[in-house]
Write a protein that binds this ligand. Structure first.
Ligand SMILES: Cc1cc2nc3c(=O)[nH]c(=O)nc-3n(C[C@H](O)[C@H](O)[C@H](O)COP(=O)(O)OP(=O)(O)OC[C@H]3O[C@@H](n4cnc5c(N)ncnc54)[C@H](O)[C@@H]3O)c2cc1C
Length: 430
């Protein structure tokens, strides 16, 4: 990594996750002098991957949603990646202590042991309606209200709630915007498990950023941003100060609100106050062999739990090995108990993969991971309630991340909001 030497740049980016790296790359390619600060000793933020003897551990379960938005940004930046699409036909549901085929198409709907005659009919007609849903008609309605109005059988409700958790990582149907969620549940965009994990994206972006001339300073925490008319002052933890005409805050909203010490402080504070962060407990296990290799992906219908084996056909584990992910989606107001959550996940794994304990070679438990800085809230009209990347009225101050912009969610939102912020800066500054 290069050392910071010049005190003045066209743009400074705070945060070296997917959003920050995307913004830095586009700005540098567009001719801006750009400096990115990352407080950690490694780039990538939540998209980092650790290599444990050939097992690639992401920060909990990760798959790239192929909705088109994030892929377009990565394509623009020449970031290449490979992987394997989700195999939905192998998905199972877990309910009343047993496994059932997940009913998602005409064949599985007809044959699954999950449903009885009436619930089968109800889910069949619901799946047809969801496939042709006009999501804009549901903006502002909570998933819970929609379910209360539209669904009769408890098992059908559980199916939709589990699908919503899988698609959005949100265990709060009373808060979740029905429009975006049901669109995802109905369309079921493919998701890609990435060869080598998400570090592939991080490495691809940082290579492109540096090739374009962006300077990157890791282990450098920004402690304050003083906004000004002509330029902003960026204060670093070691007492140094850097000037920039434009600043992109590619960090969580609460951290952004703490950093900005004047001017738009109140705007950033209101962003932070309105967001509802999403957390999850993640248990990731590397196994030298799998007791039940046929068990790939299971949605728990009665508990906010999900299981997947991400290794088959993807370069994530050595030959014959398996990489299992369990996730417990945490409700926003939940006082989570790490030990109890881990015990719950392990007890379910005893059902999923009996004898797994003898085959474990590495494990990672992340009891309280930030998945997204904001859930898609019904009371804020879903996507349309999110702030735009340009902080209103304040010259050349921008935010980017999975809580910003009206396009998509999770990593795709980080990529798209960073792209938008960078293009705006290029128009106005460089
Ligand atoms: C368990 C889990 C599962 C997920 N699954 C998926 C999935 O399947 N699909 C999907 O699309 N997304 C998924 N996500 C979400 C995805 O990882 C994030 O949306 C994305 O990585 C966020 O990127 P970002 O750059 O916006 O933020 P971050 O990755 O959080 O990056 C912010 C960076 O800023 C740095 N920083 C903060 N403050 C400062 C400071 N003051 N000075 C300098 N640096 C600072 C941080 O260290 C960090 O590196 C998942 C997340 C988790 C945790």
């Amino acid at each position: 990594m290069q050392e910071v030497s010049s005190p003045s740049f066209d743009a400074v980016v705070v945060g070296g996750g997917l959003a920050g790296l995307t913004a830095a790359t586009i700005l540098a390619r567009g001719g801006c002098s750009v400096l990115l600060f990352e407080k950690a000793n490694q780039l990538g933020g939540r998209a980092r991957t650790k290599d444990h003897h050939g097992f690639f551990f992401n920060q909990g379960i990760h798959a790239l949603y192929l909705t088109g938005t994030g892929e377009a940004v990565l394509r623009e930046l020449d970031v290449t990646y490979q992987g394997k699409r989700s195999e939905r036909e192998s998905y199972e549901a877990y309910a009343k202590g047993s496994f059932h085929r997940l009913p998602i198409d005409p064949v599985s709907l007809r044959t699954t042991t999950l449903l009885q005659e009436e619930s089968r009919m109800e889910l069949g007609s619901l799946l047809m309606r969801l496939a042709t849903l006009r999501p804009e008609s549901l903006v502002g309605m909570s998933l819970q209200d929609w379910l209360d109005q539209q669904v009769v059988h408890p098992v059908v409700r559980q199916f939709v709630e589990a699908g919503a958790r899988l698609a959005t990582y949100t265990h709060a149907p009373q808060l979740l915007d029905a429009s975006f969620t049901l669109d995802l549940v109905g369309k079921r965009p493919d998701a890609l498990r990435l060869d080598g994990g998400w570090q592939t994206l991080v490495d691809g972006l940082s290579t492109q950023a540096q090739a374009a001339g962006a300077r990157i300073s890791t282990r450098t925490r920004v402690v304050a941003v003083e906004t000004g008319q002509e330029a902003h002052l960026i204060h670093l933890t070691d007492g140094r100060t850097v000037q920039a005409r434009a600043v992109v805050l590619a960090i969580e909203p609460a951290r952004a609100a703490e950093l900005v010490v004047n001017g738009p402080q109140h705007i950033l504070r209101s962003y932070a106050e309105q967001t509802i962060p999403l957390y999850a407990a993640c248990l990731d296990l590397a196994l030298e062999r799998l007791p039940h290799p046929e068990r790939l992906t299971v949605l728990h219908l009665e508990r906010p739990l999900f299981y997947a084996n991400h290794a088959p056909n993807v370069r994530l584990a050595p030959e014959g090995g398996a990489l299992l992910h369990l996730i417990k989606y945490l409700a926003p107001d939940e006082q989570s108990d790490a030990d109890a959550n881990r015990a719950e996940m392990e007890a379910w794994l005893d059902q999923l993969q009996p004898d797994w304990r003898e085959a474990v070679v590495e494990q990672q438990f992340l009891p309280h991971m930030l998945v997204s800085s904001d859930l898609l809230q019904a009371r804020r009209q879903g996507l349309s309630g999110r702030p735009e990347p340009a902080v209103p009225l304040y010259n050349q101050l921008y935010v980017a991340g999975d809580w910003v912009g009206m396009v998509d969610h999770l990593a795709n939102a980080s990529l798209v909001s960073a792209q938008t912020a960078a293009h705006l800066i290029l128009k106005r500054t460089c």
